[in-house]
Design a protein around this ligand. Structure first.
Ligand SMILES: [Zn+2]
Length: 389
């Protein structure tokens, strides 16, 4: 197996506090990193780097772990430009919402779904995302949910069954029947293709009892829970996430003190998705409050065609620093190690020996530039599984 050293790294974010400056980022200055095969085998000061077969000079730039985007909805068809334009122009827009995407997704072929998925994955990779989760939830029939997950599973291990996104339009008058479908025949068809089960626990979607029934049924089939919780209003989602040991409670925009306390005393990560608040002009989630309480925070894109059509983790990092009270260091940690925690992964989101060699070289001397220079395409190189992409 050949070895490669990346040398002359001005600042290396390892996310291993036992390395470098001892901060949560485990920052090493004037650093090098050695890759063998798919793995990182050494990190340290550049002057002490061991001999390797190949050498790549980072030219005094910053290196950090590839972003771990733990929440996206990329199995869709259609377009909601008009809806966004109307919302941002203060005009009423009656047609629209998730149902528009459901209709277009059902009408799309498998090949179309896969083309849309791979186009967005390539776009995310160019912006530094090396691990991503993605969900079903725009099919809402047994056939359409299962095929979306099948398409997704060909491109990532982090596949989430979200049959409980909204009640399927044809069962709008009988939500109990839809919950039976989601926990019955649809679950049977979807479980083989997914690792996770998710539910949109919100007024107008699924209430606490329905969400508990759905997640419990999924767990009995070997799927692990995660929840869209407390996005639009206060509700039972966060408490349910903690009760069921969900890997993540996602959104967390409207939290009581009890919700914050429950997250802080659990292994459930609070995943914040500022692209959604940006794209709907909604109030920001309060990252500072969660961090000060001791909760683990992840940052993710929520990339979807309706409420957050961005695949850019750097954009979310900048928003989190500007508007959610995060420091630049915290935001970078949350977009890398935080995302890994939200997927219960320890092989990604860090750059210390044993980790997967997924990394980003920034066209900047420091990871702080991700929020200092918002909107600038700073990602110069992306390495995934030890290979430059
Ligand atoms: Zn979402």
């Amino acid at each position: 197996m050949s070895s490669t050293a990346i040398t002359d790294i001005a600042a290396l974010v390892t996310n291993d506090p036992s390395l470098g400056d001892g901060s949560p980022l485990g920052l090493i200055h004037d650093a090098a990193l050695v890759i063998e095969g798919e793995r990182v085998v050494w990190t340290g000061e550049s002057s002490k780097a061991p001999a390797t077969d190949n050498r790549v000079d980072a030219g005094g730039r910053a290196v950090l772990p590839g972003f771990v985007d733990s929440h996206s909805h990329l199995l869709f068809a259609g377009d909601r430009t008009e809806e966004f334009n109307a919302r941002m122009s203060g005009r009423p827009y009656s047609a629209g919402g998730i149902r528009t995407t459901v209709a277009a997704t059902r009408a799309a072929s498998d090949a179309e779904l896969e083309r849309t998925l791979t186009r967005h994955l390539a776009e995310a990779l160019r912006q530094g995302t090396t691990t991503f989760e993605t969900k079903s939830g725009y099919g809402l029939t047994v056939h359409d949910e299962a095929r979306a997950l099948r398409v997704a599973a060909a491109h990532t291990d982090e596949v989430t069954y979200l049959g409980a996104h909204i009640v399927a339009p044809e069962l709008a008058d009988d939500p109990a029947a839809y919950v039976d479908l989601v926990t019955g025949e649809m679950l049977d068809a979807c479980a083989p293709h997914a690792r996770w089960i998710d539910v949109f626990c919100e007024r107008g979607a699924f209430d606490g009892d329905q969400a508990r029934a759905i997640l419990t049924a999924g767990r009995a089939r070997g799927l692990h829970p995660r929840i869209h919780a407390n996005q639009l209003s206060h509700g039972p989602g966060v408490q349910l996430a903690v009760e069921l040991d969900a890997a993540s409670a996602d959104h967390c925009t409207h939290l009581t003190d009890d919700d914050v306390d429950a997250l802080a005393h659990s292994d459930t990560v609070a995943t914040l998705l500022p692209g959604a608040e940006f794209s709907t002009r909604a109030p920001w989630p309060d990252a500072r409050r969660l961090l000060d309480a001791g909760a683990t925070v992840a940052l993710s894109t929520d990339c979807n065609p309706g409420s957050s059509f961005t695949s850019s983790v750097p954009f979310c990092v900048a928003l989190a620093v500007r508007d959610m009270g995060m420091t630049p260091d915290e935001a970078v940690w949350s977009a890398t190690a935080g995302g890994a925690r939200a997927l219960r992964r320890d092989d990604v989101g860090r750059l210390s020996p044993g980790a997967r060699a997924d990394l980003v070289v920034l066209d900047a001397p420091s990871h702080v530039h991700l929020s200092y220079r918002p909107g600038v395409p700073l990602v110069a190189q992306v390495w995934r599984r030890g290979e430059r992409r």
